[in-house]
Design a protein around this ligand. Structure first.
Ligand SMILES: [Mg+2]
Length: 207
């Protein structure tokens, strides 16, 4: 099984709700939602959308973390992670959210996983995006898929949203949160990570 790797989205996939929206609602000064509209119309890319929105934040990182409270995660994620460790399947989080938010939620849940996501570089919330291994990659999620495929890994991509589409199209196998945007493009749906773990266990028989 160790020829598999799991690339897993964070917001709406591991967490039940988006973690960035409440932070923008609370701390951004100005009309941050207009950038979501520009992104959905294809007038700006994901990186630009995130940068424009987060630089409207008027708060520091400790203030934001203490405002977050306890963030619930989807049922049985820790079980999936334990199973993957036992099978030597690496699990990497690939997220269009922010690194420090993701690490804070993982820490709340006693989890420690590699995270590929934008980092905050300074107090004005300038972002550093994951560097691309392939300059022609449309975004860093698809870039990560290609990077591991070049290492002869079969990439299992797990996600829910628009930012997962390119990565999912490149991946070897896709699981989408049931009834999500991604599930309208990929038929393997799941609601709990127990269900997903069972699907991955069955792969042993298929490959
Ligand atoms: Mg998501």
């Amino acid at each position: 099984m160790s020829d598999y790797i799991i690339l897993c989205d964070f917001d709406g996939t591991i967490t039940l709700q988006d973690t960035c929206v409440p932070i923008l609602e609370q701390f951004a000064v100005g009309d941050w939602e207009k950038y979501d509209k520009l992104l959905s119309k294809g007038l700006i890319n994901l990186h630009e959308c995130m940068q424009r929105q987060f630089e409207m934040i008027q708060a520091n990182i400790p203030t934001i973390i203490s405002s977050m409270g306890s963030i619930p995660i989807r049922e049985r994620f820790a079980d999936l992670v334990s199973f993957c460790i036992s099978q030597e399947i690496k699990v990497v989080i690939v997220s269009a959210g922010l690194d420090f938010i993701i690490r804070s939620v993982l820490s709340q849940n006693n989890l420690d996983l590699p995270v590929v996501a934008a980092k905050v570089k300074d107090e004005r919330f300038q972002l550093e995006f994951p560097s691309l291994h392939y300059p022609d990659s449309i975004d860093f999620k698809v870039d990560q898929v290609k990077y591991y495929q070049a290492q002869q890994k079969k990439v299992i991509f797990i996600g829910d949203g628009n930012s997962d589409l390119q990565g999912a199209m490149q991946a070897d196998l896709v699981f989408a949160v049931r009834n999500s945007f991604l599930n309208s493009h990929f038929e393997n749906g799941f609601s709990s990570f127990l269900e997903l773990k069972e699907s991955i266990m069955n792969l042993n028989n298929k490959f």
